[in-house]
Design a protein around this ligand. Structure first.
Ligand code: 6PG
Length: 236
C-alpha cells in the first residue's frame, strides 16, 4: 500500500526552490495570522541553499521580525565551518533578510559536550514547531536520524547527539517526537539521484527504522520532476 503523504507537489513549470520558498512563505504567514509569531526549523545539507536564496530574494514581504528560526540538525563543527548548517542558512537567508539575531537559535555543534548542547537546545525548542523543514539523504535519513539509529526509538528526549555515516561524523538532531509535534512538516528533495529513495519512502514498505524520512509521511513532500521520476503516480 503506497504511503500517502499529505500531498506531493511537483511543479513542472516552476523551479523547486521557488515552489518550496512559496510554501514556506505561505506557511509563515499562516502561523503569524493565527498566533502573531512563527517558529520554523530549517533543514541542512545542499538542497536548502537554493530554496533559502529564493525565499530571501523572491519573497521579500515575509515579516521576519515575527519569526524565530531553529534548526532540525547540525553538524558537530564551529558555526563558521563550511559544513555548518547554520553557516549555510546565515549566508543564504538569515543575513540577507536581516532576521533579528536574538530570533536565530542555532544548535551549538561546536561544544565538546554534545549531550549538554542537546539538553540546552531542547530547553529553548518550542513544544510544537509551526514549521519543520526536512531533507532526504541517499539512505533515507532525515535531519540527522540515520537508518537503525537509537534515536529512532527515542520518545522523551527531543534533541540528541548522533553518529553519522556521512561526514562530519558527529551531529545534533531533533528526534521523532519533534517531527510528530510539528504543525507543518515539509520534505524538500530535488534531483534524479533522489528518485530511488523517494520511491522507496513513498511507495515501499513502511519501516521508519530503515527509512527515517518516513517519519514525515504526514507532511508535504515538495519534489521536482526528477526526484519524483521513480514514482508510479506523479501528479499532472
Ligand atoms: C544534513 C541534513 C540532512 C540533509 C540530507 C539531504 O545536515 O545533512 O539535515 O538530513 O537534509 O542529507 O542533503 P542534500 O540536500 O545535501 O542532498
Amino acid at each position: 500500500m503506497p504511503n500517502q503523504p499529505e500531498r506531493i507537489v511537483v511543479e513542472p513549470h516552476q523551479s523547486l526552490p521557488h515552489t518550496a520558498a512559496s510554501w514556506i512563505a505561505d506557511s509563515i504567514a499562516d502561523a503569524i495570522r493565527h498566533t502573531g509569531t512563527c517558529s520554523i526549523a530549517l533543514s541542512g545539507g545542499r538542497t536548502p541553499r537554493g530554496v533559502f536564496a529564493e525565499l530571501a530574494t523572491a519573497f521579500r514581504d515575509v515579516p521576519w521580525r515575527h519569526v524565530h528560526v531553529y534548526f532540525g540538525d547540525e553538524r558537530a563543527v564551529p558555526p563558521n565551518d563550511p559544513n555548518s548548517n547554520y553557516r549555510m542558512a546565515r549566508e543564504a537567508l538569515l543575513d540577507p533578510v536581516h532576521v533579528p539575531p536574538d530570533h536565530v537559535h542555532r544548535m551549538e555543534g561546536e561544544r565538546a559536550d554534545l549531550d549538554a548542547a542537546a539538553r540546552d537546545y531542547e530547553r529553548l525548542l518550542p513544544v510544537a514547531l509551526d514549521i519543520l523543514l526536512l531533507g532526504i539523504g541517499p539512505d533515507g535519513h532525515t535531519a540527522s536520524l540515520f537508518p537503525g539509529a537509537p534515536a529512532l526509538d527515542e520518545h522523551t528526549r527531543r534533541v540528541l547527539p548522533a553518529d553519522s555515516p556521512f561526514p562530519p561524523p558527529r551531529r545534533l538532531t531533533v528526534t521523532p517526537p519533534v517531527i510528530a509535534a510539528a504543525r507543518r512538516v515539509a520534505v524538500i528533495a530535488e534531483g534524479a539521484d533522489k528518485a530511488g529513495i523517494v520511491r522507496r519512502a513513498l511507495e515501499g514498505p513502511l519501516d521508519p527504522h530503515a527509512l527515517p524520512v518516513q517519519l514525515a509521511l504526514g507532511g508535504v513532500w515538495l519534489l521536482d520532476r526528477d526526484a519524483a521520476s521513480g514514482l508510479a503516480r506523479v501528479p499532472a
